[in-house]
Design a protein around this ligand. Sequence first.
Ligand SMILES: Nc1ncnc2c1ncn2[C@@H]1O[C@H](COP(=O)(O)OP(=O)(O)OP(=O)(O)O)[C@@H](O)[C@H]1O
Length: 228
Amino acid sequence: MNKPHLRLTGVHRHYGEGERLVRVLEAADLTVESGELVALVAPSGAGKSTLLHLCGLLESPQAGEIEIVGQPTSRLGDRARTRLRRSTVGYVYQFHHLLPEFTALENVVMPQLIAGRSPKQAEGRAMELLDLLGVAQRAEHRPAELSGGEQQRIAIARAAANRPRVILADEPTGNLDPETSDRVFAALEGLIRNEGAAGLIATHNHDLARRADRIVTLKNGLVVPHTL
Ligand SMILES: Nc1ncnc2c1ncn2[C@@H]1O[C@H](COP(=O)(O)OP(=O)(O)OP(=O)(O)O)[C@@H](O)[C@H]1O
């Protein structure tokens, strides 16, 4: 049975104060179930990155609750938040942020070693993911030796390495050509569905957004259903 792996209830997030006050989210609600892919489409400055940062426990709301796999996070201290984030959330950025001095394989192994997996287990999982994403033959290459699409698929493998229950992606195909965007999106989509993660992907690409189970946008500080 599907369970919500990600749930936001009454979330407020604003920046600045007085004349500089920017209200981004006001009592926003959002639920993403296991294995569900939700596309977030909204104009620049609407608050997509803010919403993803909140879901990924990289920022905190001023009010409201964010639950990850049923665990409320508003009262967690910094260490507990970091632990929960590392064990449950995979984050893919527009620019891959791979470590340049390490190979593709090492980049995917690293977060698993931090999570306490043995090097052998970590390598096995990393190769399985690189294979699934069609970049296994690039395992020993460093990021600078890879194309943009390959780098991004390795970043997806890294985000998925610890079997996160929540996969968040902020414009993951923003700097890729249409064909590569398609492959990268398909890779993310496959992982979310096969591994039963809750997926939230911000994208400006309407064709890709239409492949999601649902599309949402941000309006008057709320997360609302959207049709393209
Ligand atoms: N640290 C901050 N301090 C002040 N204002 C901020 C901060 N972070 C974001 N904002 C403001 O919050 C609003 C939402 O920003 P956000 O980056 O979430 O938008 P976005 O939809 O991701 O935009 P884009 O598509 O251009 O990346 C913007 O008006 C932005 O200026």
